[in-house]
Design a binder for this molecule. Structure first.
Ligand SMILES: Cc1ncc(COP(=O)(O)O)c(C=O)c1O
Length: 440
């Protein structure tokens, strides 16, 4: 189905002017957005289950962000913190340090994108430990720059054809209960973390490892929720060997899982945490927050960048952080939304053979689509049909997983039950449609 003439014309221009490597989850050309909705250039309204890839946890254009940005635009747009510093950056650094887990002194570095924050966390970890190796996980995603694509554990589309990769990066398997032969072993979380010990014996000695970087829930990899024992055991092993633990909370942070940060579910305290996405409600801003003595390891001038910590983006982020501080009920609302979504997803999983597994942590929920429950074979075809049916009926969805076969939810956490219910009805119709189409 064509979305309309204006959309078609834009798609033609897009195809002529923009490389094919830049993908989009839907052919919906945005005209405006407000709260939990996006309107396209044809005037059609969509419920937004993607939130600009997990950026709009507090909805599109919240009034407090608009006010903060407007006020900052009236003062100054850019001086560069590396030239003429400003209080806003300091205030955000203080607040993020206070909010991040860990009862120790912390410092904060601000940069522009998620990938840039990860790059800096690795630089800082290497500088502090004077070690070079970094351990990451299969199914992980950390960005598209050379180092972050090397850390990423998903070949297509992120690594294939872009080598050689950066040196001194090692991967171990991320615990994927649905797909690992040990997945339902009660010890799986511990066993999965212990694979790090095996890596020290087989690939790289512990004393050469600067850091382990991990997503508390694997995002791009398929919204894979590890067993609760996994992160605490990883923390134990890294601590024993003087290895820093970097939590990549870029997608899981700012309420996505029903807590401000996902590591709070397991009381794990990382040495460094990387943040981006919903931190600044759509403005490009990211942060590395961590132990003060670690953050202070790089020499003067070793960290920063022209736009790093841009005042307008920082003003937006401060308004977001203040909102979470002043409205703790927003996280309760997120947990409630998570319950509503996960309960329905479990029903879908019981009702439809093409839903292999429903899983989630709070409103970070997923449906893994398969050819059949018996085969467990990932089904990109079903996911294509679900996503297409959804946007044709007013719901914007995103996918994840190795075969792009996992439907994931990144809707604003402020979504009301009524809107969530409308979206879930469209989604259930989409699943039924995909199942019936495939049967033909
Ligand atoms: C967990 C995680 N880390 C890093 C990144 C990279 O962030 P950015 O796209 O802002 O560079 C992403 C983006 O999706 C992410 O989900």
């Amino acid at each position: 189905m064509s979305l309309g003439e204006r959309s078609e014309r834009l798609m033609e221009r897009r195809n002529r002017a923009i490389p094919r490597g830049v993908s989009h989850a839907t052919p919906v050309f945005a005209d405006r957005a407000e709260g939990v909705y996006i309107w396209d250039v044809e005037g059609r309204r969509y419920i937004d289950f993607a939130g600009g890839i997990g950026v709009q946890n507090l909805g599109h254009r919240p009034h407090f962000v608009l006010d903060a940005v407007q006020a900052q635009l009236e003062r100054f747009i850019h001086t560069s913190f590396n030239v003429a510093p400003y209080e806003l950056y300091i205030e955000l650094a203080e607040k993020l340090a206070a909010l991040a887990p860990g009862a120790f002194a912390k410092k904060t570095l601000l940069v522009n994108s998620g990938a840039e924050a990860v790059e800096n966390a690795v630089k800082i970890a290497r500088s502090y430990t004077k070690r070079s190796a970094i351990v990451a996980f299969t199914y992980g995603f950390h960005g598209r720059t050379l180092l972050t694509m090397t850390l990423t554990g998903k070949t297509r589309p992120y690594r294939a054809g872009f080598g050689p990769m950066a040196p001194e990066v090692y991967h171990i398997p991320y615990p994927y209960p649905y797909r690992d032969p040990l997945g339902y072993d009660p010890q799986f979380g511990v066993l999965a973390a212990n694979r790090l010990l095996e890596l020290f014996d087989t690939e790289v000695p512990a004393e050469q490892v600067a850091a382990v970087i991990v997503e508390p829930v694997a995002g791009e990899g398929g919204f894979i929720v590890p067993p609760p024992e996994f992160l605490p055991r990883l923390r134990e092993i890294t601590q024993e060997h003087g290895i820093l633990l970097i939590a990549d909370e870029i997608q899981t942070g700012f309420g996505r899982t029903g807590r401000l940060f996902a590591v709070e579910h397991n009381q794990v305290v990382p040495d460094l945490m990387v943040l981006a996405k919903s931190l600044a409600a759509g403005f490009p801003l990211s942060a590395v927050v961590g132990r003060a003595e670690v953050m202070d390891a790089p020499q003067v001038g070793g960290l920063g960048g022209t736009y790093a910590g841009n005042p307008v983006a920082v003003a937006a982020a401060l308004s977001v952080v203040n909102y979470f501080l002043e409205h703790p009920e927003v996280l309760e609302q997120a947990r409630h939304l998570g319950q509503v979504i996960n309960a329905r997803f479990q029903e879908f999983s019981k009702r439809y053979d093409i839903v292999g597994e429903a899983r989630g942590l709070g409103p970070m929920a997923a449906l893994e689509l398969v050819e059949s429950k018996a085969s467990r074979r990932p089904s990109t075809a079903h996911a294509d049909l679900v996503a297409q049916y959804a946007y044709e009926h007013g719901l914007i969805l995103m996918r994840a997983g190795m075969a792009n076969h996992v439907i994931r939810t990144l809707m604003p956490i402020i979504m009301t039950d009524d809107v969530a219910e409308d979206a879930l009805m469209i989604l259930e119709d989409a699943i039924r449609y995909a199942r019936d189409q495939a049967r033909r």
